[in-house]
Design a protein around this ligand. Structure first.
Ligand SMILES: [Zn+2]
Length: 60
């Protein structure tokens, strides 16, 4: 299962998120919760798990 473990911390640190805006708007998948993984996600999508939409909370 490629990508099951985080490349940065070595654990499955991911949480499910949807990117709410920016070039990757609408992308849904797993974002990292470790510091290095979050920095990588911010570079890739403009968001990390704290700023992307959590579909399980239904917040808007
Ligand atoms: Zn990680």
């Amino acid at each position: 299962m490629a990508g099951a473990y985080c490349n940065f911390c070595g654990y499955r640190c991911f949480v499910y998120r949807i990117i709410p805006d920016g070039p990757q708007e609408g992308w849904a998948g797993h974002l990292a919760t470790c510091a290095s993984g979050m920095a990588h996600d911010r570079k890739q999508t403009g968001h990390d798990h704290t700023t992307a939409t959590n579909p399980l909370q239904g917040s808007d």
